[in-house]
Design a protein around this ligand. Structure first.
Ligand code: SF4
Ligand code: SF4
Length: 480
């Protein structure tokens, strides 16, 4: 026999006692006339936002800021771009700091607003709930029709519906795989891959098919399990949120004791005998894509999709009660019946750390040079004494152009009078490439401070000195 207190929620709703998957059939959340007119309909708002996000997602690999991709994570070539700022292997400390700052932002926003990212912005939720799920509703109907279709024999109608649905899912997964690749290799490389014959990019094409299969598996079969089992974020929330975090929550003070509405019973009668506003209709459970009952409190599987808020608001409207039995609220607000959100010491600490990291990162990014320069002595060379007595040193210059634009630069000696010779006196630097040049520096003896003279050089582009470096100039000793 099971003890409901002891055994409560030691299983997840999508897996049965034998470990077998229980397929979820979430009902369409109420919108339009089915929705409550007394409260904002979050599903509609999320639909609008998802359109904006999908446009950004699709155009993202092709959007450039200052000639660099908006977002690029090229692990193979170790090139990363975030909001058009290119990170090279030399900038790894900045990339690491950006990641730590991002992590701190997640910690802060989760502590304050729960899993708002999951419900409103996460590509998995946006694609699953706003694209794939909607296509499924369109082809197979709402939850009840889907259940009936899956139970019925393989009729012509079922075969046609299943073929259309999975065909569309596969094509969309192919599109998503292309986009992912675009974020890895960049939009230009993706266009080359698409327009050239697959035989010219056999490896890329194979990777594309592999990811298509992966995405198809996720959106057609794996679904909510990706959030429950794979994504670590759901697990973090148990340590990040507390009674002051704003989450999708059931107002148990107002809702309990839940009970079905008895015909003819007035609200006054109902409340006088201890019944609450929850009419135990289970609509909040029926619309939940992860199959949980939010009335049991915040749970790991809850992605804060707000479907249960819309569903409950529509029920409250029908039974003549105020909306918000399920709403964005903290436990503190529910218990104290207040709308005030507490700025706790924990939240303040997270906010201060996040702001400090953000300012540090911004400062370092502003101070970061758009071109790095390194001057190394040509291996095996020391100095050369010219017939007129002047001394010459040979250097190998490396100039890394981190920007997305062509640059034509020149070098200047900053602390000595001398001659410099290098590639036609021009340094051509292609976008996001390293340019190399042999640099020959000749100095008269009166410019030397000894056998080793510290030289300071500047790199000038468009009449502006954009970087400086130092090097050592060797000369013979003893006046030889
Ligand atoms: S409990 Fe509500 S907000 Fe959470 S996943 Fe289910 S429907 Fe979405
Ligand atoms: S939808 Fe609202 S009224 Fe219905 S069971 Fe859920 S909380 Fe109760």
């Amino acid at each position: 026999m099971t003890d409901p207190d002891k055994d409560f929620r030691d299983t997840i709703p999508t897996v049965d006692a034998a470990g077998k998957r229980i397929w979820m059939y979430p009902r369409k959340p109420p919108t339009g006339k089915r929705a409550s007119p007394d409260a904002p309909n979050y599903y509609t708002l999320r639909t609008w936002l998802s359109w904006v996000l999908l446009v950004i997602l699709v155009t993202g690999p092709f959007i450039k800021i200052g000639g660099n991709p908006l977002l690029m994570m090229n692990i193979v070539e170790r090139k990363f771009s975030i909001f058009g700022i290119m990170f090279w292997p030399q900038d790894f400390y900045l990339f690491a700091l950006a990641m730590i700052t991002g992590f701190m932002m997640i910690v802060f926003f989760t502590a304050a607003w729960g899993r708002i990212w999951c419900g409103w912005l996460c590509p998995q939720t946006v694609l699953m709930e706003m694209v794939f799920r909607k296509i499924e509703y369109l082809i197979e109907g709402d939850a009840r029709d889907q259940k009936a279709l899956n139970k019925q024999e393989w009729t012509q109608d079922k075969i046609i519906k299943k073929c259309i649905k999975h065909g569309v899912f596969f094509l969309l997964s192919f599109g998503v795989a292309n986009l992912l690749l675009g974020y890895v290799i960049g939009g230009d490389a993706l266009i080359d891959l698409i327009t050239d014959s697959p035989t010219e990019h056999a490896k890329g094409f194979f990777a594309l098919l592999l990811f298509t299969g992966l995405f198809y598996g996720i959106f057609a079969r794996f679904r909510e399990q990706a959030c429950t089992f794979v994504c670590p974020y759901g697990r973090f929330q148990s340590v990040l949120i507390d009674e002051n975090s704003l989450v999708v929550a059931y107002d148990y003070v107002r809702g309990e004791k839940r009970a079905r509405k008895v015909k003819g019973e007035t609200w006054e009668e109902r409340l006088s005998i201890g019944k609450g506003d929850c009419v135990d209709c289970d609509l909040c459970v029926a619309v939940c894509p992860t199959g949980i009952d939010i009335r049991n409190g915040t749970q790991m599987e809850c992605v804060n999709c707000t479907n249960c808020i819309d569903a409950c608001n529509s029920v409250m409207h029908k039974v003549g009660r105020d909306p918000g039995l399920i709403r964005y609220a903290s436990m503190d607000q529910i218990e104290k019946k207040t709308s005030k959100l507490r700025l706790t010491p924990r939240l303040k600490t997270y906010g201060i750390i996040m702001t400090a990291l953000f300012l540090l990162l911004s400062g370092l990014l502003i101070a970061r040079k758009s071109v790095t320069m390194d001057l190394l002595r040509v291996r095996g060379t020391y100095y050369q004494v010219m017939p007129d007595g002047q001394i010459t040193n040979f250097y190998e210059g490396r100039f890394l152009n981190k920007t997305g634009r062509e640059m034509d630069g020149s070098l200047e000696l900053l602390n000595a009078e001398g001659q410099m010779l290098y590639s036609d006196q021009h340094l051509y630097m292609h976008p996001q490439e390293e340019a190399e040049s042999i640099i020959v520096i000749t100095l008269p003896r009166d410019q030397l401070t000894g056998t080793e003279t510290k030289l300071k050089l500047g790199l000038v582009v468009d009449g502006k000195r954009i970087n400086t470096t130092t090097t050592t100039f060797l000369a013979p000793g003893g006046g030889s």
